[in-house]
Ligand binder design. Structure first.
Ligand SMILES: NC(=O)c1ccc[n+]([C@@H]2O[C@H](COP(=O)([O-])OP(=O)(O)OC[C@H]3O[C@@H](n4cnc5c(N)ncnc54)[C@H](OP(=O)(O)O)[C@@H]3O)[C@@H](O)[C@H]2O)c1
Length: 345
């Protein structure tokens, strides 16, 4: 049996969803893979920070958050370490970075991840900020220090978009990747197909908790652009940045546009795409695109995500699955942890 000590930076939706998976499936993971995950640290911005090298009770962490949305009543050896100190000085084997995403600076998560890698800890993260802005640098630091960085949860949550590309499709020659990479905008477009105006569809997305009060990152396609950068960096070895993505959101789409597409047997989808050109170079963009209704991506509705890899050997391979959610994204973290465990054997 191998035990991995985990330090969680962030304990919101995804942190708690991940902890629930460990709570519910811990014994099963032990039986199946001989692996045991123990949480030694949990750090939040305003709900407390706990570090105990001997381990923390997952039940107590979840109960405390559920009953009073805080970790303050739980005893631990240290309750004043910040994320950076935990990343550097704790006895964790893996830093699980699931604090908030800042797509302009990637901070403070990037410096936390750097510190963990430099001190010999693996990192798994669902945070798009550090991944979209600094992945090549973070991968280099990981390799220099003999550890791994897993970012599965950053694209399509736990649906294995990255690990499929990095694993099974690695020898197939991926030339082009395109997909519905943002569930909020796909939900809005689906509601517009059913007759809602853009404003009503956005309001419904906000009511359901898909869209933030400030929906800019979704509807202006910054979120999808970050995912295109991550796909290009991780799967196509293209060192693109956010500035390289030609980006158009959905906020200008009208009910008339939807109707016109319908009349032509087509449907609007917000498609993120990166394609290697036959000469050197690439095309990388996110933009509303009219697809024939028979196209595999056209039938993907609601908050679901989908991705098509165009490969030299297999042609098109399409993967459809959830793009968000607490346990769904928590599963992306677990998938990366199991990959680290496999690679260590
Ligand atoms: N939710 C999803 O479906 C989903 C899907 C894919 C990727 N992600 C990514 O996963 C990450 C977590 O998402 P979430 O939905 O769990 O967010 P969330 O519910 O807002 O939780 C964020 C957590 O990070 C903590 N935090 C913020 N700043 C911190 C700091 N400086 N140091 C330590 N902790 C800090 C927060 O503490 P306080 O509560 O005290 O503020 C909170 O515990 C984000 O990067 C998000 O983009 C989420």
């Amino acid at each position: 049996m191998k035990t991995y000590r985990l330090a969680l930076i962030g304990f919101g939706n995804v942190g708690q969803g991940f902890a629930q998976i460990l709570q519910e499936r811990g014994n099963w993971l032990l039986e199946l893979f001989g692996v045991n995950f123990e949480i030694v640290a949990v750090c939040t911005r305003s709900r407390g920070s706990l570090y105990d090298p001997g381990g923390l009770e997952i039940n107590a962490l979840l109960d405390s958050m559920q009953s009073h949305n805080s970790l303050s009543g739980i005893r631990a050896l240290h309750n004043d370490w910040d994320a950076l100190q935990i990343a550097g000085d704790s006895n964790a084997d893996v830093l699980v970075e699931i604090s908030y995403t800042d797509l302009e600076t990637g901070e403070p998560a990037t410096q936390t991840i750097r510190r963990a890698l430099e001190t010999g800890k693996h990192v798994v993260t669902a945070n798009k900020g550090p991944t979209a802005l600094h992945y090549p640098e973070l991968l280099r630091i990981a390799r220099e220090n003999g550890v791994e960085i897993g970012v599965e949860g950053t694209v399509m949550s736990g649906t294995p978009a990255l690990n499929l590309g990095l694993g099974s499709l690695a020898g197939a020659g991926v030339r082009k990747i395109q997909g519905i990479l943002n569930g909020t905008t796909n939900y809005i477009l689906t509601q517009m197909e059913s007759g809602a105006s853009y404003a009503d569809a956005l309001a419904q997305a906000q009511e359901k908790g898909y869209a933030e009060a400030d929906p800019t990152a979704d509807v202006e396609a910054y979120d999808a652009a970050a995912k295109v950068v991550i796909l290009a960096n991780t799967l196509m070895n293209l060192p693109l940045t956010m500035a390289d993505i030609n980006r158009t959101g959905i906020s200008e789409l009208t009910s008339d546009d939807i109707e016109q597409a319908r009349g032509a047997g087509e449907r609007w989808k917000l498609i993120g795409m990166v394609e290697k050109q036959t000469t050197s170079g690439y095309v990388a963009q996110v933009k509303p695109t009219r697809l024939p209704v028979m196209h595999p991506l056209a039938s993907v509705s609601g908050a679901t995500n989908a991705i098509t890899y165009t490969t030299e050997v297999l042609g098109d391979v399409t993967l459809i699955g959830p793009g968000a959610g607490r346990q769904e994204t928590g599963y992306g973290l677990l998938a990366d942890l199991l990959a680290i465990h496999r690679n260590s054997g």
